[in-house]
Structure formats: structure tokens, C-alpha cells
Design a protein around this ligand. Structure first.
Ligand SMILES: NC(=O)c1ccc[n+]([C@@H]2O[C@H](COP(=O)([O-])OP(=O)(O)OC[C@H]3O[C@@H](n4cnc5c(N)ncnc54)[C@H](O)[C@@H]3O)[C@@H](O)[C@H]2O)c1
Length: 460
């Protein structure tokens, strides 16, 4: 099929590459001139494992092109994906202005056009947005003096995880399609057929059976996305609350998580205690759902608590440092990992930013080493208050404490004995419980995990 993907960020670009590898002809559209120039030059503007290679291959097939001309891309397509950002507003609500801009532009582009088309919302949008997009397209065409174009809106929420976005796109746990028009769902099923049957590059063919397809009405599909992220956030905040208790009681939260995670009704995933969730999805999607609930007169007490617990985890790291040092004024703290999770370059809502701000407010100097950003030729503006270190060894030099903020796999393999010799004091707060605490203790470090300490260590 001929497909347009409007918005070539983390979701749009990965989706465009994946659709091209499914055999479709894809036009990727973005209004960010710099991003577009990089994409046209065949270069991925974001870091995601395997993306550059698959992008190059997709462009090489001739089935993937990028341009800034939305009108041409929409005109030449039967399926138009909207994958623009929906960041949070100060109220917590989702900012859907970019979606509205694109819907209005699509309406204008299709004024007077009689070819049926699908508009697919891949952006995470509040329940009701699909119907709103349908209306915006019709109104925009009407403003150009034309009858509503024959478009049908479909909700196709995205569940990929940054850091493994390509794998998740080729091997989703399920595909959710929502529309109030059954014919639109049939077309979407055809579009995804190569993926559903696992007959596309990147598909895990050792996995038995097709990929489950969930077909719903428009509103239910929109709700599924929020429900999924809210549940994941709840799981993490649940285990973090128990981790705090474990700190007091001398129990080990990792053993507790293993013990409950083997129960099939619970599952082990998303039960790793630590600094908590960040990034561009969970925080904004939980706050948008709380906002929607409030606007419907439903007080979402659970999700408000989930958010509060998550913020507390960032403060807990600072409290652990205060207890161990105990004055932070004049101390030097090194942050290991700055992105919101490993294997991505994404710094949106990264816990490292809050932790650094608080440490600096308390008079500490904050240094940072990130396996992605420390190796680039520029240090992003959002990290300006954090001193750039080119290596973990440079980070450790003169530090009173190191904090593992992001569990990049390479941190386990560091020469910790050497790092310790560079440090002013051998204190490590393992904010992700990803290091071997016993080995570090044996090597002369004071090691503090999250929910893994003997009772005497913690009174936060
Ligand atoms: N990032 C994730 O892990 C993830 C996962 C699932 C769902 N989502 C959802 O997907 C959506 C996109 O997220 P993202 O992380 O890819 O965002 P992003 O900011 O990385 O990408 C959005 C892109 O849209 C472009 N854009 C904005 N307005 C445009 C316009 N008028 N015309 C053309 N292009 C325009 C931007 O330039 C940018 O490249 C959001 O709703 C998000 O909640 C994200």
C-alpha cells in the first residue's frame, strides 16, 4: 500500500522503516527542517539500536522516502499515519495541538478529493480524539469549499519501548486497531498482514503463531493505550513502595520481586525497584489519564498516588546521599547514566535531571557520564548544569559518591576497583539495583541499593 507517516520522531521513524520492510511504499513527513535534512541524507536523527542499519536498507529498497510536503504525501497515500508528539500541558492534559494541525492540513490537502483514505492515529491521544480528527478534516475541507473527503479515522496505538523500538515494532505483543467502521479494520489488517504472519524482516520466526490482533471501537483503542501505561506505572510504583519498606525491615526487594513475579497472575516484568519511571510516555500518559478522569468527575486516587510515589523515588536517592555523607554542600556527586533508560538518547523527563537539580540546590557539584551522550560531539542543553565527563573513570575522579541513575549494561562491567581509587570516598548509591552489591562491599565500597539494605542504613 501507499502510506504516509506524518511525524518522524521515535515512533514515526521506526514505524516508517518497519512499514517499508513490510513491503509498503512509505513517505515520511516532518516539519523539522534539520531532522528532514538528516533523513534525506540517510542518517537517523535519533539513537535506537539497529535503526540506522534498517533505515539504510529501507531507503535502499526505494520504498522509503522523506519530505516536508504533507500535501503531496497525503495525496499519494491510501493510509496516513499521524505520529506527531503529544506532550503534557502544565495542567497535565495532553497537548494535541500538533495532531490538530496535521488533521487540518490533511483536510485542506484532500478538499475535493474522492479517493477513500484511512487516517491512523498512532500518537497517544485522549479518548475522543479520533472523532475530533474526523471532524477537523471535514471542517478544514469545508473551509476550502469542498464536501467532507471520504476518510475514516482508525486508532492504532503504539506500544514500542525506546531502547528496543525496532524489535518491538517487528514483534509486538499485540496490534490494537480501533475504528467504528469495520471496513477500515479490514484494510488495516491487510496493511499489517506481513507482520501478523511474521513474514517480514526483523520478525522472530521462532515464535509460534500469528501476532494477536485486537479490534475495537475507536474509543476503546484509545483507552487501551492509556490503560497499559497506567498499569505499568502502577506496577513500578507498587514495587518501589515495598522497596522503601524493605529498606526499613531488612528484606531484599529483588528477592521479593522474584518471589511474587513467578506467580502467573502477577508476572516479574516491571517489578524492578529503583529510581522509578521517566521518559516521554509514562509520566505524561499517567497525568493525561488523571486529567481526563478528573474532567469526567472520576477522582483517580490510585494514579495520583502512583505519580507521587514515583517523584518520591528521585528524592529518596538524594536522601540516601544525605544520610551517608551527610552534608552535601561542597561535595562532588557523579551520575552514571543520564538518559531516562538504557540504549536510548532520550532525555525527556529523565530522573537524572531532577536529581541533579536537587543536588545542585543543596550545594553539591554534579558530574555526569552517559554511555550515549558522553561520546557525542555536543553536550545537550538540558544537561548544562551537569559537568560532562568523557568516561566513567573521569567521572569517578574526586567524587564523594557515585549514583547509578540509568542501568546501562556496561556499568556492571566497569573496573570498580580502579574507579574506587579515583574517588574521594567510596560510596555508591545503586539507584537501579543493577550492580553486585556484595562484590562492591568486599572491594571496600559503601554500597546502597534501593530496598536492599540492612535496616540500620535507612530511615528515610
Ligand atoms: N517515544 C515512545 O516511546 C512512544 C511510545 C508509544 C507511543 N508514543 C506516542 O507517539 C507520539 C510521538 O512520540 P515520539 O516520541 O515519536 O515524539 P517525537 O517528538 O520524537 O516525534 C514527533 C515528530 O513529529 C514532528 N511533527 C510535529 N508537528 C508536525 C507537523 N505539523 N508536521 C509534520 N511533523 C510534525 C516533530 O518534528 C517530530 O519529529 C506521541 O503521542 C507519544 O506519546 C511514543
Amino acid at each position: 500500500m501507499d502510506v504516509a507517516v506524518i511525524g518522524t520522531g521515535y515512533v514515526g521513524l521506526v514505524s516508517a522503516v518497519c512499514l517499508a520492510h513490510m513491503g509498503h511504499t512509505v513517505a515520511g513527513v516532518d516539519n523539522d527542517v534539520e531532522k528532514l535534512a538528516q533523513l534525506r541524507g540517510g542518517k537517523s536523527p535519533i539513537y535506537e539500536p539497529g535503526l540506522q542499519e534498517d533505515l539504510t536498507l529501507a531507503i535502499g529498497t526505494g520504498r522509503l522516502q522523506f519530505h516536508g510536503d504533507l500535501v503531496a504525501a497525503v495525496g499519494g497515500s491510501t493510509v496516513v499515519f499521524i505520529a506527531v508528539g503529544t506532550p503534557p500541558l502544565p495542567s497535565g492534559a495532553s497537548d494535541t495541538r500538533a495532531v490538530a494541525t496535521v488533521a487540518t492540513a490533511i483536510g485542506a490537502a484532500l478538499a475535493g478529493d474522492h479517493q477513500p483514505r484511512l487516517i491512523v492515529n498512532k500518537s497517544t491521544v485522549p479518548v475522543g480524539t479520533g472523532a475530533w480528527v474526523q471532524d477537523l478534516v471535514a471542517r478544514s475541507a469545508a473551509a476550502a469549499g469542498a464536501a467532507p473527503p471520504p476518510v475514516t479515522v482508525v486508532s492504532n496505538p503504539e506500544f514500542l519501548r525506546e531502547g528496543q523500538a525496532l524489535w518491538d515494532s517487528y514483534n509486538p505483543d499485540r496490534i490494537v486497531l480501533g475504528s467504528d467502521d469495520p471496513a477500515a479494520l479490514i484494510t488495516m489488517e491487510k496493511l499489517y498482514a506481513p507482520l501478523i504472519k511474521r513474514r517480514c524482516r526483523g520478525c522472530d520466526i521462532s515464535h509460534p503463531g500469528p501476532i494477536p490482533l485486537i479490534k475495537t471501537d475507536l474509543a476503546s483503542a484509545e483507552m487501551i493505550k492509556y490503560a497499559a501505561n497506567a498499569f505499568l506505572a502502577t506496577k513500578v510504583s507498587f514495587i518501589n513502595e515495598l522497596a522503601r519498606l524493605c529498606d526499613h525491615l531488612g528484606a531484599d526487594i529483588t528477592l521479593v520481586a522474584d518471589g511474587i513475579g513467578l506467580d502467573k497472575r502477577i508476572g516479574r516484568a516491571f517489578l524492578d525497584a529503583g529510581i522509578g519511571w521517566g521518559g516521554s510516555c509514562l509520566p505524561k500518559d499517567v497525568s493525561a489519564l488523571v486529567y481526563t478522569a478528573n474532567s469526567q468527575g472520576v477522582h483517580s486516587r490510585l494514579l495520583e498516588a502512583v505519580t507521587e510515589i514515583n517523584q518520591d523515588q528521585r528524592r529518596l536517592v538524594v536522601r540516601k546521599l544525605q544520610q551517608a555523607l551527610p552534608v552535601l554542600q561542597g561535595r562532588t556527586v557523579g551520575l552514571l547514566g543520564l538518559t531516562f533508560k538504557p540504549n536510548t538518547d532520550d532525555l525527556r523527563e529523565a530522573p537524572a535531571l531532577d536529581i541533579a537539580t536537587e543536588l545542585i540546590r543543596l550545594g553539591a557539584t554534579v558530574k555526569g557520564f552517559d554511555p550515549y551522550w558522553s561520546r557525542q560531539d555536543h553536550w545537550p542543553k538540558s544537561l548544562a548544569s551537569i559537568q560532562h565527563c568523557a568516561s566513567a573513570m573521569a567521572l569517578a575522579k574526586g567524587c564523594d559518591a557515585l549514583v547509578v541513575v540509568t542501568e546501562w549494561p556496561e556499568f556492571k562491567l566497569l573496573d570498580w576497583a580502579r574507579l574506587g581509587r579515583e574517588m574521594h570516598q567510596r560510596l555508591v548509591v545503586d539507584g537501579r539495583n543493577c550492580l553486585d552489591g556484595a562484590a562492591l562491599t568486599a572491594a571496600g565500597f559503601r554500597w546502597q541499593g534501593m530496598g536492599r539494605n540492612p535496616p540500620a542504613h535507612e530511615s528515610a
